[in-house]
Write a protein that binds this ligand. Structure first.
Ligand SMILES: *Cc1c(COP(=O)(O)O)cnc(C)c1O
Length: 395
């Protein structure tokens, strides 16, 4: 008897969801590292192309290993359909360009991942698509921007790096009233801590490079939404423009999903402990962590998220000099611009990930020169605390 995967609980879905065994009965998901497929006959090839036969055709369109990953991701998100891409940015780009056209209008939260910000502010206007940014936490600004018709809303919550939240339910209602579909970049929350589709979003995008791999190995992206939208709007764009994920990377990500709940839970516990430690240090001016009582949107965080995530952001009173000095003294924590890894990684956003957006936009976002973003990994939090303590104390 086959199990109905939608009746399984999340952790079980992440182990078994989407698995299709080959004739060999392998335990672990098979890696179909193949670009193409052969047909039993010319007739079967003809039928595959005219749609009367179901058969794999070309790995730019579909592949069995990628299909397992897409089914598993759709199951955990509670989405009707999923398509994966080679990177998170390819996923965001496909979700936007698959449906936008000249004359359309996009409203986005200002606190977007750098490349998402570039697509909205620089790329879309080149194609005659106008865009407007709002402060994501300010519902009044969303209301004003969405008092005129719009076709698409793009937002990220919690945001990178200041962990600012957007009220998903309220913005989805405003967006729908304006005629827009809502695309949520859910990377910081992961599929486990926040379910945007349940809160009114239409499309969810991920950089699988982050927690879904979670071990710093491969790049990947995913777009999830309704079956009709995925089949009719997204799939033709992906199929013909070719941002396809490698089957090898899909296989790595499938194995990553199996341990996602364990890793995210441990990362959240570590991040909470680190945030608490940092809040008590005299060199630290401020700490941001969504579910902490001192976060300005704490009530919203606890209402729409089931955990605060694995990233803690903090500001050192001594500005850039203090931030650089602390980062250069880390022995365990590595300096990197990545996040969502099993290794703890520290970033100085003002001089790296958010250097290009300029000083004015950084000031609007609260990214001062003393801000450090810490992606908390799976090390023992006591060792991370020791490393932070010695780095802040001056070695
Ligand atoms: C990393 C990231 C992306 C881009 O993903 P890549 O896999 O690096 O292309 C998009 N949005 C957010 C929030 C991210 O953290």
């Amino acid at each position: 008897m086959t199990l109905d995967p939608t009746r399984l609980r999340p952790a079980t879905r992440l182990i078994h969801g989407g698995t299709v065994r080959s004739e060999f009965g392998e335990t672990s998901e098979a890696l179909f590292l193949t670009s193409g497929y052969v047909y039993d006959s010319a007739e079967q090839a003809e039928g595959t192309f005219n749609g009367t036969v179901e058969h794999y055709q070309y790995s730019r369109f579909a592949n069995p290993t990628i299909g397992m990953l897409e089914s598993r991701l759709a199951l955990i998100e509670g989405a009707e359909a999923c398509r994966t891409t080679a990177t998170g940015m390819a996923a965001v780009n496909a979700a936007l360009l698959a449906q936008l056209k000249a004359g359309d209008r996009v409203v986005a939260s200002r606190a977007l991942f750098g490349s998402c910000h570039w697509i909205v502010s620089t790329l879309l206007p080149r194609y005659g698509i106008t865009s407007e940014f709002v402060d994501g936490a300010d519902l009044g600004q969303w209301q004003a921007a969405l008092s005129r018709p719009a076709q698409l809303v793009l937002l990220e919550t919690p945001s990178n790096p200041m962990l600012e939240l957007v009220d998903l339910r309220a913005v989805a209602d405003l967006a729908h009233a304006a005629g827009a579909i809502v695309v949520v970049d859910n990377v910081f929350a992961t599929p486990l801590l926040q379910q945007p589709l349940e809160l009114g979003a239409d499309v969810v995008v991920y950089s699988c490079t982050k927690h879904i791999d979670g071990q710093g190995r491969v790049l990947g992206g995913a777009v999830l939404g309704r079956k009709k939208w995925v089949d009719e709007v997204l799939q033709p764009f992906i199929r013909n423009t070719g941002p396809a994920l490698s089957p090898f990377n899909a296989w790595v990500l499938l194995k990553g999903l199996e341990t996602l709940p364990l890793r995210v839970a441990a990362g959240c516990r570590g991040a909470e402990a680190i945030a608490e430690f940092l809040a008590g240090q005299p060199q630290v001016r401020r700490v941001w962590y969504p579910t902490r009582a001192d976060h300005p949107q704490h009530a919203l965080a606890t209402a729409q998220m089931s955990g605060g995530g694995t990233v803690v952001t903090f500001e050192l009173a001594g500005g850039k000099d203090a931030a650089f000095a602390a980062m250069n003294r880390f022995r365990l924590i590595a300096v990197s611009n990545n996040l969502g890894d099993s290794k703890s990684l520290a970033t100085h956003p003002a001089t790296t990930t958010h250097m290009r957006i300029g000083a004015d936009e950084r000031a609007r976002l609260g990214i001062t020169d003393g801000v450090i973003r810490l992606s908390v990994g799976l090390e023992d939090p006591e060792d991370l605390r020791d490393d932070l303590a010695q780095a802040l104390a001056g070695g």
